[in-house]
Ligand binder design. Structure first.
Ligand SMILES: *Cc1c(COP(=O)(O)O)cnc(C)c1O
Length: 315
């Protein structure tokens, strides 16, 4: 892999910032913008592109030839790493928490097509053991290998997500009052929060239940040397039952939103974040005149797997 190949790909123009005239924002001088990171790349989409960027530079700098990482059977991160590996000539190995029978699903099928090797381990192992121990158990050798944690959520990922703030501020001509993003591990929220100049706020919509993400994001920021805790808030009321859980109301929202705006949303992350942003606006959460940037973190590859499992509900 030559250095300039990586450069060409990563130095694309910024993702579009699209103003949206949504009825929930049509009062009090509110303005809503969508940061279309879902359009950054067809397969390395959204926040996974942001999180991988500096990690791929690091892999290249260290002379690594392989990427190893972890994820669930429908993981956007696994799909993104597989695609990035194929594009830049790294071999890839994904440790999947779940059964081997899931290898036929659209996400893992795509990863295999990209050349990713898959190894399987139980969900209990992934939950209870360190990633290092899981690699040892599976006899996975890590020579010339960059090991990325689950979700790609390390400090280099924060650095990539921080660039969302700079990019958007340039596009808008000023830093927006609010950034809103879906929140899984919290690295995207932490990255955005660490890029704010003190006036703006970052809201993370938790897609998992358990009210633990506020603490998790604080820990991530501290671990990455961002000691002055920036202004951010995890909003816990919009997980629809927990990770990858859903209701008819959520699916109806996703389908209506696409019909009205032509913007597709996935059921695990962006559907919940966009639903929450609109609901918060309806409840009068944002002060008069606020500019709100809703980050479309991508994840659209997950729709195929959802439709396969639950019947073609997402149109
Ligand atoms: C992985 C993912 C997230 C979660 O990002 P974190 O940095 O783990 O909080 C949000 N949205 C989409 C679409 C994702 O794929």
């Amino acid at each position: 892999m030559k250095n300039d190949e990586l450069e060409i790909f990563w130095l694309q123009p910024p993702s579009p910032l699209q103003q949206l005239a949504h009825p929930a924002f049509a009062r009090n001088g509110l303005r809503l913008f969508i940061k279309r990171d879902d359009l950054l790349h067809p397969h390395v989409s959204g926040n996974k592109w942001r999180k991988l960027k500096h990690n791929l530079f690091e892999a290249q700098r260290l002379g690594c030839t392989r990427l190893v990482t972890f994820g669930g059977a429908y993981s956007n991160h696994l799909a993104a790493v597989a695609a990035a590996g194929r594009e830049f000539g790294f071999s890839t190995l994904g440790v999947v928490s779940g059964e081997e029978s899931s290898a036929g699903n659209p996400t893992l099928g795509f990863a295999i097509t990209c050349g990713m090797d898959l190894r399987f381990t139980s969900r209990a192992n992934m939950r209870n053991l360190s990633e290092k121990t899981v690699l040892q158990l599976l006899n996975i050798d890590t020579e010339k290998t960059l090991v990325l944690p689950q979700g790609g959520s390390n400090c280099l990922a924060l650095a990539g997500c921080r660039e969302i703030v700079e990019e958007t501020t340039t596009q808008l001509g000023h830093q927006p009052d609010y950034f809103i993003t879906a929140c899984g591990t919290g690295a995207t929220l932490a990255g955005i929060a660490s890029g704010l100049d003190g006036k703006g706020s970052a809201l993370g919509i938790a897609v998992l239940k358990g009210n633990f993400l506020q603490k998790e994001v604080e820990k991530l920021l501290a671990a990455c040397g961002e000691m002055e805790t920036p202004k951010f808030q995890v909003v816990d009321g919009f997980h629809f039952g927990g990770y990858a859980k859903w209701t008819q109301e959520l699916v109806g929202f996703i389908n209506d939103f696409k019909a009205e705006t032509d913007i597709p949303l996935d059921p695990v992350y962006t559907g919940k974040a966009f639903f929450a942003a609109i609901e918060l606006a309806r409840q009068g959460y944002f002060p008069e005149g606020a500019s709100v940037v809703l980050v479309h973190t991508g994840g659209l590859q997950g729709i195929a797997g959802f439709n396969e499992r639950f019947g073609n509900q997402i149109l």
